[in-house]
Design a protein around this ligand. Structure first.
Ligand code: PHE
Ligand code: ZN
Length: 829
C-alpha cells in the first residue's frame, strides 16, 4: 500500500445498523448500511469493493433485491450501483476460534472486539478505511445468563427485550467500533464536566479483579480534569466505559465511549503492581481518554497519518504524567526508552519516517517511530511555539477539523496559521527516516570576550530543530540559557560579552531527538553532572561517562568520576534522580554503540563496572539502603517512589556482593510489589541458596493474579540461570498460555532479551519454532517477536550466520502471513 495512491472513496455511508446474534460457537452478523455517492469523488464509478476477510456470506440484498456482486477472499465487489442504496448483509463468523485477537474474539469466555487498523473486515463486509465515517446503531442478542453485560459504543437506548440496542450519535470510522459481551463486575462513578455534563463512568473487569479497579477510576477522573484544565477539552457523551480483558495484542484501544484494555493497564493495587505499573495504568488510561479528541473527533484520512493521532496523543499523555508526577524523571525515562528502542529501530531494516510512505501490513507500523518519535516531533513544535502558541494551534485545529478525517499536513497548517510560524522546513521530521546526527564545537576568544559555536548537521538532510542550551561559569552558575533555531547544514552562533571561558551544556531537556556529539571534555561532563540545573542533562552527562567507562575504561579517569558520583549520592535531594544516575546504560543500548555486537563481551564489560561500583561504594550503598528500609504505608508520591527506587538500586549492587541476604529479607518482608519484585528478581537472577524457596513462596502467594504471574515468568526467563530447556519447562507450566500475548511475551519475549542464554543455535531454533506457530495463530504478535532478528548483520560472525539461517527458514515456509513476511524480508535485504 502506498501513501501516494490515496483515492477518496467513491461511496460514503450515512448510517450503519448492526445486529449481532451471539452464540458460544458462532456469531451471526446482520448489517444494514446506507450508502451514498461521495460528492467529492470525481470518478464516475458505479462499482464498490467492500473489505471482508474470513467471513461466511449468508445473504445479501441491495434495496431488497439480489445485487450484481463478486466475492474474493479479501473483498466483496458490487457492480452497477445506484447513487444511493441500502445494503443488507447476513454473515457468519467464529470468534471462538479467532486467535488473532483482531475482529470479534473471545477472552476468558467473554466476547470483545479489536478493529484498529483492519479488524472490522473480520466482522462484516464494510468500507474498512478511517476516512469513511458513519453513525452506528448496534443490537446485541445473547443468552443473558451467560452474557449479562452487553455493550457497544454510545448510549444504551433500549434494554427492554431479549436484546439491547446502543446508538452512537457521533459519526466514526469503523476502526473505532467496539462490542463487548460477557459476565463482568463493574465499578461505577461519575464525572461532571466543566460545562456541567454528568458523565457515567464504568470500569468492567472479571469478577475476581473488582478490588483492583479503584486506581484506574481515579486515573480516569484525573484524565477528564487534566484535559479540561490544560487543553480546554471536554468529554462529549453521557457515558464512558472501560473493559479489561486478559487477551489483547496491544496496550489498549480508544473505541468511542467504550475503551477495551489489556488488563495489565487497568488492574493495580500496591500488593500486586509496582510504582511503574501504577504510573503506566494512569498514562494508558489518560492516553485512551485523550484520543477522544485527538484521534476520534478528529481522525486520520489514511493509515499513513497514524502519527497524527498517536504522536500527538503520546505527547499529551507524557504531559499528563509530567504534570501529575515528577516531570524530570518522566523525561529521563522517556528519552532513555527512545534512545534504547526507537533509535535502534531507526538504525535497522524497518526504519521508516514518522509518516511512512508504504506498508505491506499496517499492524507492523504501530511502532516506536510513529508513537515515540512522533511525540518528540510534537514536543519540538511545542518548544518552538511555547505553551500558549501551541494551545492556539490546537484550538484552530479543532475549529477547522472537528468531525473530519485529516492529514498531518492539516495539523501542521493549523499550528503554522495560528502562530504565523513557518513549519515548511520542519517537515523533514515527517518525511525522512533515521536519527539525525548533529555535532557542536565551540571556541572561546578571550580577547574579544566571545564564544563561537559551530553547529553541523552531519547527514544529507536538513532539519529544523530547537536546541536548548545553557552556559555555566567556572563556579557552576548558569549565566545564560536559551534556545537556538537550527535550520541549516552548518551554522555559527556568537555569544558576546562572555568574560571567561564557559562550560557549555547542549540539548537540555533533550530538545530534539538527535544523536549529538560535542567537543566537551571528560572533565567538563563531570562538571555538568555536578552543576547543571536541568536534571536530564545531569543524567545524560553521567550516562555518557558510564558508557565510556564500560566500553573504553582506559580513556576514563575513574576516580574523578566516582568522586563526582559520591557527591551526587550525598547531596542530591531527588532520590529518583540519584537512582537514575546510578543505573548503567542497558546492554541493549550498548549494542548500538559498538561496531560488532558481541553479547558476551558487552555483558562482561558492564558487569565489571558493576563490580567497580560495588567496590568503591559498598559502605555508602549499604548505609543508603539501610536508611531507606521502613514499614511506612504505601504511597505513590514522588518522594516515596524516589525512596523505593534508590533503595532498590542500592540493593541491586549490594546483591552482587555479600549482601544477597538483604534481598531475601526484603523479599519476605515487602509490603508492596515494587520492593517484592525487585528482591525477587535478584534472588532468581543467580544460582543461590534462596532461589528455590523464593520461587515457590512467590508462586503460592500470587498464583491467582495474572499480572503478577506475568512477572513471575518474565523474571525466570530473564535469569542468567538456566537455558532454553528451562524456558521450555516454563511453557509446560499449567499457567502458561500460548494464545495469551501477555503470557507469551513474559516467557518467550523476555527470553529473547536474555542475551546470554538466547544467543545460540538452540535458542534461535526454539524461537523460530514459536514464530512459525504464531504465523498460524497470531501473526501480529509473531511479527513483533521476529523483529528480534532485525539486527542480525551486526552480530559476531557465528551468531550472524545462525540468525540468517533462521530468517531464511522463516521466509521459505509456506503460507507466511503478510505481518511476518514484511519484517523478515526487510531484515534479509
Ligand atoms: N490505538 C491504540 C492506542 O494507541 C493502539 C492499538 C493499535 C491497539 C492497534 C490495538 C490495535 O491507544
Ligand atoms: Zn494511541
Amino acid at each position: 500500500m502506498y501513501r501516494k495512491d490515496y483515492q477518496p472513496s467513491a461511496y460514503l455511508i450515512h448510517t450503519t445498523e448492526l445486529s449481532f446474534d451471539l452464540h458460544e460457537n458462532e456469531v451471526i452478523v446482520n448489517s444494514k448500511i446506507h450508502f451514498y455517492k461521495n460528492p467529492k469523488c470525481q470518478l464516475n464509478d458505479d462499482s464498490l469493493a467492500l473489505n471482508g476477510v474470513e467471513l461466511e456470506l449468508i445473504s445479501i440484498l441491495l434495496d431488497g433485491d439480489k445485487p450484481d456482486y463478486e466475492l474474493t477472499d479479501q473483498e466483496l465487489q458490487l457492480h452497477n450501483l445506484p447513487d444511493e442504496f441500502i445494503l443488507e448483509i447476513v454473515n457468519r463468523i467464529h470468534p471462538e476460534a479467532n486467535t488473532s485477537l483482531n475482529g470479534l474474539y473471545q477472552s476468558s469466555g467473554n466476547f470483545c472486539t479489536q478493529c484498529e487498523a483492519h479488524g472490522f473486515r473480520q466482522i462484516t463486509y464494510y468500507l474498512d478505511r478511517p476516512d469513511v465515517l458513519s453513525v452506528f446503531t448496534t443490537h446485541i442478542t445473547a443468552d443473558k445468563d451467560k452474557y449479562p453485560v452487553l455493550l457497544s459504543n454510545g448510549n444504551l437506548i433500549d434494554d427492554s427485550g431479549s436484546s439491547v440496542t446502543w446508538h452512537d450519535p457521533t459519526p466514526k470510522p469503523c476502526y473505532l467500533f467496539a462490542l463487548v459481551a460477557g459476565d463482568f463486575a463493574v465499578l461505577e462513578d461519575n464525572y461532571i464536566t466543566l460545562s456541567g455534563r454528568d458523565v457515567a463512568l464504568k470500569i468492567y473487569v472479571e469478577h475476581h479483579n473488582i478490588d483492583k479497579t479503584q486506581f484506574a477510576m481515579t486515573s480516569l477522573k484525573r484524565s477528564f480534569a487534566w484535559d479540561e484544565s490544560r487543553f480546554n477539552l471536554e468529554y462529549d457523551l453521557d457515558i464512558y466505559m472501560i473493559v479489561a480483558v486478559d487477551d489483547f495484542n496491544m496496550g489498549a484501544m480508544e473505541n468511542k465511549g467504550l475503551n477495551v484494555f489489556n488488563s495489565t493497564f487497568v488492574l493495580a493495587d500496591p500488593k500486586t503492581a509496582t510504582d511503574k505499573d501504577f504510573i503506566n495504568v494512569e498514562a494508558v488510561i489518560g492516553h485512551e481518554y485523550f484520543h477522544n479528541w485527538t484521534g476520534n473527533r478528529v481522525t486520520c484520512k489514511d493509515w499513513f497519518q497514524l502519527s497524527l493521532k498517536e504522536g500527538l496523543t503520546v505527547f499529551r499523555d507524557q504531559e499528563f504524567t509530567s504534570d501529575l508526577h515528577a516531570r524530570s524523571i518522566k523525561r529521563i525515562e522517556d528519552v532513555n526508552a527512545l534512545r534504547t528502542f526507537q533509535f535502534a529501530e531507526d538504525a535497522g531494516p524497518m526504519a521508516h519516517p514518522v509518516r511512512p510512505e508504504s506498508y505491506i501490513e499496517m499492524n507492523n507500523f504501530y511502532t516506536l517511530t510513529v508513537y515515540e518519535k512522533g511525540a518528540e516531533v510534537i514536543r519540538m513544535i511545542h518548544s518552538f511555539l511555547g505553551e500558549k502558541g501551541f494551545q492556539q494551534g490546537m484550538k484552530l485545529y479543532f475549529e477547522r477539523h472537528d468531525g473530519d478525517a485529516v492529514t498531518i499536513d492539516d495539523f501542521i497548517a493549523s499550528m503554522s496559521d495560528a502562530n504565523d510560524f513557518d513549519f515548511k522546513p520542519f517537515m523533514t521530521w515527517y518525511t525522512q527516516s533515521g536519527t539525525p546526527k548533529i555535532s557542536i564545537q565551540s571556541s572561546y576568544d578571550k580577547q574579544e570576550q566571545r564564544l563561537n559555536v559551530d553547529v553541523k548537521q552531519l547527514g544529507d538532510q536538513t532539519y529544523l530543530l530547537p536546541l536548548k542550551y545553557a552556559l555555566l561559569n567556572d563556579q557552576g552558575d548558569i549565566f545564560k540559557e536559551g534556545m537556538l533555531h537550527i535550520d541549516q547544514q552548518q551554522q555559527t552562533f556568537s555569544f558576546d560579552g562572555i568574560e571567561s571561558k564557559p562550560v557549555t551544556s547542549w540539548l537540555r531537556d533533550f530538545s530534539a531527538p538527535v544523536n549529538l556529539t560535542t567537543d566537551l571534555s571528560f572533565e567538563q561532563k563531570i562538571f555538568l553532572v555536578g552543576h547543571e540545573q536541568d536534571a536530564f542533562s545531569v543524567w545524560d552527562n553521567a550516562q555518557q561517562i558510564w558508557l565510556s567507562l564500560i566500553l573504553t575504561p582506559e580513556k576514563v579517569n575513574q576516580s574523578l568520576f566516582f568522586d563526582a558520583i559520591e557527591k551526587v549520592i550525598k547531596t542530591t535531594q531527588d532520590k529518583s534522580l540519584i537512582s537514575e544516575i546510578l543505573t548503567l546504560p542497558s546492554e541493549r543500548l550498548l549494542h548500538q554503540k559498538v561496531d560488532v555486537i558481541d553479547v558476551f563481551d558487552i555483558h562482561q564489560k558492564r558487569e565489571s563496572v558493576i563490580n567497580k561500583i560495588l567496590i568503591r561504594f559498598e559502605s555508602l550503598l549499604l548505609q543508603t539502603y539501610q536508611s531507606l528500609v521502613d514499614d511506612k504505608a504505601y504511597e505513590l508520591t514522588p518522594e516515596a517512589v524516589g525512596e523505593r527506587s534508590l533503595k532498590n538500586i542500592c540493593l541491586f549492587y549490594l546483591s552482587k556482593g555479600e549482601y544477597l541476604y538483604l534481598a531475601n529479607e526484603q523479599f519476605s518482608q515487602a509490603n508492596c510489589m515494587t520492593d517484592q519484585i525487585a528482591a525477587f528478581s535478584l534472588l532468581v537472577a543467580s544460582d543461590n541458596q534462596y532461589r528455590e524457596k523464593a520461587k515457590s513462596d512467590f508462586y503460592q502467594t500470587f498464583k491467582n493474579d495474572a499480572q503478577v504471574m506475568d512477572k513471575f515468568f518474565a523474571v525466570q526467563s530473564s535469569s542468567l540461570v538456566g537455558d532454553v530447556k528451562s524456558v521450555k519447562l516454563l511453557m509446560q507450566h499449567e499457567l502458561f498460555s500460548f494464545n495469551t500475548p501477555n503470557r507469551l511475551r513474559s516467557v518467550v519475549g523476555s527470553f529473547a532479551q536474555n542475551y546470554i542464554n538466547f544467543h545460540n543455535q538452540a535458542g534461535y531454533e526454539f524461537f523460530t519454532d514459536i514464530i512459525l506457530k504464531l504465523n498460524k495463530t497470531n501473526p501480529q504478535i509473531g511479527a513483533r517477536l521476529v523483529s528480534v532478528y532485525n539486527h542480525w548483520k551486526r552480530f559476531t560472525p557465528e551468531l550472524k550466520a545462525l540468525q540468517q539461517q533462521q530468517l531464511e527458514k522463516i521466509i521459505q515456509s509456506d503460507d507466511l502471513s503478510n505481518d511476518i513476511f514484511e519484517i523478515v524480508q526487510a531484515a534479509l535485504k
